[in-house]
Design a binder for this molecule. Structure first.
Ligand code: PLP
Length: 337
């Protein structure tokens, strides 16, 4: 394991179907991935109108061989915040945790060895057969949980990556769906990432929709910068940025473990160029240092273009807890049983 984030098919999938007659989510069903019984139809309101929500979390194998999830309760809560916003009945948190536990247990042979990759878990909700544009109360929904062993999201070492500063395409607008994990949000990131690639960059950093002045996030990560020992990250106030669980954990660890000052605020795009350190963070990307940012004027290197000291310390602390090499004193881990 260890190379890349490519998706591999594992053995089983777990799902539940919302029964509109009884107004409740049905029992958890475990099936071979190839059964296709749970597949979305061409008439699904997910495919036709984007009624789809995703989540993402990881399972880690510790030295003892046991498998742990990182803060899955936070994913369960965020799944429901997403569902509520698009008027889909909430999925009970205990059922979410039970589904993830069942999924990982039944695919445990796919969880990579200690520190040699992780099992990425993707809960997804999609509207079923009816078109559902008019919020028809008869619509049924599927919540499905699938997983894949993965390596590093951005390459195999801790080398700093390059970001494309996107001045035209916006990812999210105020009071839109930017703060939830709506499948539709990822379409604009995909379009912008094609531009990033053309510009020899690995990822896109988006700006605010109104003024194109302030930094928001990338398509799948939050962003932090370090300047004069202060850690800053864009604030969540405008509801255009996803409240990342890694972001929340980093803010907590930076305060509690490193004693750093943290600022959640508007960050002007130029601040990135003059930062001492910049890094991205998310479940998939973990903590990934940014070495350079490109805009229409060319590449701007962040300090010496390498991973900075605070970035490395935060990475070691976070992954140490996740992999069971540092005591889990904040009780963030949940053992698969
Ligand atoms: N921002 C976006 C748009 C994302 O899709 C993700 C990934 O889930 C994140 C940020 C990071 O969130 P988390 O740390 O919860 O994975």
């Amino acid at each position: 394991m260890g190379k890349g984030f490519g998706i591999k098919i594992t053995k089983n999938i777990v799902y539940s179907i919302f029964n509109p007659g009884e107004k409740c989510w049905g029992p958890l069903i475990i099936k071979d991935y190839n059964d296709k019984e749970f597949w979305a139809s061409p008439r699904s309101c997910a495919l036709n109108y984007g009624v789809g929500i995703i989540e993402g979390l990881k399972a880690f194998r510790h030295k003892t061989g046991e498998i742990f999830l990182f803060r899955p309760d936070e994913n369960a809560k965020r799944f429901n915040r997403s569902l509520e916003m698009i008027y889909v009945p909430i999925f009970p948190e205990e059922k979410f945790l039970e589904a993830v536990n069942l999924l990982v247990k039944s695919n445990s042979g796919f969880v990579p060895e200690h520190r040699n990759g992780t099992l990425y878990i993707r809960p997804v909700m999609y509207g079923n057969d009816q078109l559902g544009y008019s919020l028809d109360p008869e619509i049924s929904y599927t919540a499905a949980f699938w997983c894949s062993p993965v390596g590093k999201y951005y390459g195999d070492d801790f080398g700093a990556m390059s970001l494309w500063l996107e001045n035209e395409i916006v990812r999210a607008v105020p009071r839109g769906t930017g703060s939830i994990k709506a499948s539709a949000n990822y379409l604009l990131s995909r379009i912008a990432n094609a531009k990033a690639k053309k510009n020899s960059c690995q990822e896109t950093i988006f700006l605010d929709a109104k003024d194109r002045k302030y930094v928001e996030e990338t398509g799948g990560t939050n962003i932090f910068l370090v300047k004069d020992g202060i850690l800053s990250t864009p604030s969540l106030e405008q509801s255009t940025i996803l409240a990342g669980i890694t972001r929340k954990s980093i803010i907590f660890l930076a305060k509690e473990e490193l004693g750093l000052e943290i600022q959640e605020r508007n960050i002007a795009k130029e601040e990135l160029f003059f930062a001492d350190e910049v890094f991205l963070c998310g479940t998939a990307a973990v903590i990934t240092p940014v070495g350079s940012i490109k805009d229409e004027n060319g590449f701007h290197f962040i300090f010496d273009g390498q991973a900075g000291k605070i970035t490395k310390t935060l990475y070691n602390t976070l992954t140490g807890i996740q992999c069971g090499d540092i005591e889990d004193k904040y009780r963030w881990l949940l053992r698969i049983d």
